[in-house]
Design a protein around this ligand. Structure first.
Ligand SMILES: [Ca+2]
Ligand SMILES: [Ca+2]
Length: 230
């Protein structure tokens, strides 16, 4: 009896193993976004954070991965953050843009944020086609606690709109108004002062509040954080 039982168990085990290997072959043959999603799952079944931008909507396979810093390195404050180096991640996580299509340059691959190529901008790019309700996030590391002056080179043909910066849903700048700079191709630097930033990691959200006469908020090249004089 015992021997027959052992043989039967072994046969069952072999059948199970064959079935499992068939399934793994089938899984590996999948291509496309679904296969990429399963590649991101580690052995525990948790979904790892994506390393690139994701053009589609939030995943319905559990919780949406958090945003990660551009280039996987938090931007340092004080310092310069390129506007076009917003966080990596899905729409609704790293950014929200009104238009599904990037209307500008193919600088970061799949993204809905409108990235503008322009020779007068630092890093040769900025963000444009800004509309009320849109936002982008920047994962930062604040090295020195305190208040900061933030400088933004911006461009606007006619009076621009209003935006602000926030951390954890708390406004840290108040409304920042983009002036008429004399044309879309003319950058002028405007500045705003922050409330006190605490030392350590933070996620800064740049939020577009209202459009100006230009029909836009403005083109934004970069954010330079400079310690405010006490
Ligand atoms: Ca846009
Ligand atoms: Ca830039």
């Amino acid at each position: 009896m015992t021997l027959r039982y052992a043989a039967a168990s072994l046969a069952l085990l072999l059948l199970w193993a064959c079935d499992a290997s068939d399934r793994s072959v089938q899984d590996n043959s999948q291509v496309g976004p679904d296969a990429q999603l399963s590649d991101r799952q580690d052995e525990s079944g948790r979904t790892a954070q994506p390393t690139g931008d994701v053009a589609g909507g939030p995943s319905d396979r559990g919780s949406t991965p958090a945003a990660t810093p551009y280039g996987d390195r938090a931007s340092i404050i004080p310092g310069l953050i390129e506007a076009e180096h917003y966080d990596q991640g899905a729409p609704g996580v790293a950014y929200h843009d009104k238009e599904p299509k990037n209307q500008g340059a193919d600088y970061r691959g799949a993204t809905q944020v409108d990235i503008e190529k322009r020779d007068d901008a630092s890093n040769g790019h900025g963000i444009g086609w800004t509309r009320a309700g849109e936002w982008v996030t920047y994962t930062v590391d604040v090295l020195e606690a305190g208040e900061y002056v933030v400088e933004f080179p911006v461009a606007s043909n006619k009076q621009g709109g209003i935006f602000h910066l926030e951390i954890d849903a708390v406004d840290i700048t108040g409304p920042i108004e983009v002036p008429d700079t004399g044309g879309w191709q003319i950058l002028k630097t405007i500045s705003a002062q922050t409330s006190r930033l605490e030392q350590g990691p933070a996620v800064i959200k740049m939020v577009m509040d209202s459009q100006g006469e230009s029909g836009s908020i403005g083109d934004i090249d970069s954010l330079r954080f400079i310690r405010a004089k006490p």
